[in-house]
Design a protein around this ligand. Structure first.
Ligand code: URA
Length: 251
């Protein structure tokens, strides 16, 4: 290891270049279609230095794709999808028109929910954000009808059984009571459809407003509805760490 560079397995490097998934990359390697510095490598465990080694597939040099990591504040009443207006509903595509890379949302928010969406063209990171196996906590502020009592909060902490199985939040806390509604914070690490709304309704409270304020260590912060920004290096580093992805370049 020199100059802070880590060696990466050849199949991972090929997937970082957008050539193929790691499994497919292994097939390419075994088929003798991959060269490193001019020599065919058929060893699956082979490691490359992304800054120095020249990797070719079928005689053409491949390089890691340029990744973009965007934090978007999806406002209420936008669909989390790309492509123009659908059935008269606006989509988040119109909010990210000035981003040249083809980024796509890593996870969804309902049409009438708002808050943090991460958009990226890094398939591995997006997959891990969405996959429950990686248990990435998502934090929601939820304005609910009525006054949520202490005993209801305790019951929420214990979890509920929904139509598609049990649901247990990582945490629930009361933020404040208002005249005829309450604001609570709920953290879930799973992303079943309408999970927060269904969970809260099962305790007899209706969700009035739902806002996602964090995905793992990445927070919405001061963004306003409809605004986006690139993730900072520190945010990306902590997100990758939370998802168990090793950085291939040290800083
Ligand atoms: N839970 C919901 O009910 N809706 C969302 O958009 C996200 C989580």
């Amino acid at each position: 290891m020199e100059g802070g560079t880590l060696l990466v397995r050849l199949n991972r490097y090929l997937s970082m270049c957008g050539v193929a998934s790691r499994r497919k990359a292994d097939e390419l390697i075994l088929q003798g279609r991959v060269k490193v510095n001019g020599l065919v490598v058929k060893e699956l465990g082979w490691r490359v230095d992304p800054h120095r080694d020249v990797v070719e597939v079928d005689g053409r040099e491949v390089k890691p794709a340029t990744y973009r990591y965007i934090i978007l504040y999806k406002p209420c009443c936008y669909l989390t999808s790309l492509g123009g207006t659908k059935e008269g509903k606006r989509t988040i595509e119109e909010l990210i028109k000035d981003i040249s890379e083809r980024v796509y949302p890593a996870g969804r928010l309902d049409y009438n929910a708002e808050g943090l969406l991460i958009l990226t063209n890094d398939g591995e990171l997006a997959h891990r954000i969405m996959h429950p196996r990686h248990k990435l906590p998502k934090t929601y502020l939820v304005w609910v009808s009525g006054i949520v009592k202490g005993e209801t909060l305790d019951a929420m902490k214990r979890g509920a059984v929904l139509e598609d199985g049990p649901a247990k939040p990582d945490s629930v806390r009361l933020v404040k009571h208002m005249k005829d509604k309450s604001l609570i914070e709920i953290v879930f690490h799973e992303g079943r459809k309408h999970i927060v709304k269904r969970f809260v309704s099962s305790f007899g409270h209706k969700v009035i407003r739902l806002k996602r304020v964090a995905i793992g260590p990445v927070r919405l912060g001061k963004l306003k509805p409809g605004e986006w920004r690139d993730m900072t290096k520190e945010e990306l580093k902590s997100l990758r760490q939370a998802l168990g992805i090793k950085s291939f370049v040290r800083d």
